[in-house]
Design a protein around this ligand. Sequence first.
Ligand code: SF4
Ligand code: SF4
Length: 260
Amino acid sequence: MKEQVRAWLEEDKLDLFLGYMMVDGHPLPHVFTRKNLDELDKLVVSPFRYPLEKIAGDIIAAKPDTRIGIMGRDCSQRTLNVLALANQVDPKHIERFNVNCCPTRKDRPECSSMQPRTPGGFKRAAGINPDAEIEEIQAMPQEERFMKWMYEFQKCIRCYGCRNICPVCYCEECSLESSDLVEKGPLPPEAPLFHLLRAVHMAGRCIDCGLCEEACPADIPLRLLYRKVNSIVKDLFDYDTGVSTTLPPFAVCNLTGQQA
Ligand code: SF4
Ligand code: SF4
């Protein structure tokens, strides 16, 4: 990868490459350019903890013609597709270098970052197993399901980590910060408004990268929640999130009745 990135930069195929560099033992996002080629020795393939695609979008917003290379994983293309549909990035300006960043879970071969976890006894009894399948949760009696989700939501400390880390959250004005919609009062935020509002916004947009769940200090199974939302989008509108840059964004399909 280092040689490929070096060649791209030296041959002027890219203006910069967005990847990870080890700093004091931590893999942090870093911009590699022709001016700092020597730093390429510190380029690492790291667990993906930052939304590099969103950083690319910010760079393109400031300098639209920048040609960017990006370290990607399986879901990065879906992210770029969603961002392209929303005019946040121009796919022509982005070159992806795909890396298999995480061990593949046997029963989820489509996802490279899913790793099995073992929730503690209380979480198993009161909350939602983050590794559960949607159908498993759906099969619970409605009241039990409701209580379990409410248990999860009331742990939220409204830190906005889930939104800030999300590669497809790009709105400059966020409805989660609107006091008309989400009370600014004492913590925890009123359950389940904050979460349902975000879930609605993720419909047809979430590409199932798992960064939000990884960032959540309250251990809320956010990924499962958004997978459920996207499964509804698929069932009702036959819309597959992030698979194409030629379809209109989901919100537009929804309004016009156009289907994937
Ligand atoms: S899994 Fe979470 S962080 Fe990733 S796209 Fe969906 S909502 Fe955003
Ligand atoms: S990261 Fe977790 S605790 Fe923070 S706002 Fe999101 S759901 Fe709430």
